[in-house]
Design a protein around this ligand. Structure first.
Ligand SMILES: [Mg+2]
Length: 234
């Protein structure tokens, strides 16, 4: 029996599930820091990582907007930016995005596995991210034909049940027959389970345990998965 069970639809998280976000974030940050603040040692990457975790969680919890969590990180990392106008901070952030984008790489086997599943059942991407940027990521992955459900265009981000319900409605599959695949235990796994979906945790080796099937390589999603027939040729 496959970890996908009798799924009639599958949703994938994007960052650190299909695209190797953390590696790109770290490489992009270091290039950006060297350009913007060369006196600051690269060990400050850990501080930036922690600020991202803190403020993105606040966004996921509905405390901050997407733009506010970005600006909060910048102002915490560079206190002298505390009084700078939002529009100027957003321009600073865009220079960081440029460095990150240059480092975007797929998670191994992402495209092949997703397309193999999409050959049988509806597949979409449900992501806490900005639609414009996430669309560019899907294009890089060669997956830009997939339905994208980005939190910037939903009433709430994951782990809110409404995010999962909107994505399932968009796929045309009942929540009870949909499997969410993602790396984040709170946003992807717990959120999906609470919303009535099944979940598969993609364990990227950063600790934790899940109360659902777990894979460490995306190809494991296809192991033993014979449910449903190919949609090709219908
Ligand atoms: Mg993720």
């Amino acid at each position: 029996m496959s970890v996908l069970g009798d799924a009639a639809g599958v949703l994938f998280d994007l960052d650190d599930t299909l695209l190797d976000y953390t590696a790109a974030r770290d490489a992009g940050f270091l290039a950006w820091l060297a350009e913007r603040d060369p006196a600051r040692p690269k060990e400050h990457l850990a501080e930036w990582q922690a600020l991202e975790d803190t403020h993105f969680r606040r966004y996921s919890a509905g405390e901050l907007t997407f733009g506010e969590q970005r600006r909060a990180r910048l102002r915490a990392f560079w206190p002298h930016l505390g009084t700078v106008e939002d529009v100027e901070l957003d321009e600073v952030y865009e220079t960081y995005v440029g460095h990150m984008e240059a480092a975007w790489r797929p998670v191994p086997h992402a495209r092949d596995v997703v397309l193999a599943i999409a050959d049988r059942v509806p597949v979409g991407v449900l992501t806490n991210g900005h639609a414009a940027m996430q669309t560019r990521k899907l294009r890089l992955l060669g997956l830009d034909g997939l339905p994208l459900f980005a939190s910037s265009e939903l009433v709430a981000p994951k782990p809110d049940a409404r995010a999962f319900e909107a994505a399932c409605t968009g796929l045309g599959v009942a929540t009870a027959r949909t499997v969410m695949v993602g790396d984040d235990l709170l946003n992807d796994v717990e959120g999906a389970l609470r919303a009535g979906l099944s979940a598969v945790w993609f364990d990227r080796g950063r600790g934790g345990t899940a109360s659902c099937p777990t894979v460490i390589d995306l190809r494991q999603l296809l192991d033993g998965w014979e449910a449903g027939s190919s949609r090709t040729g219908r």
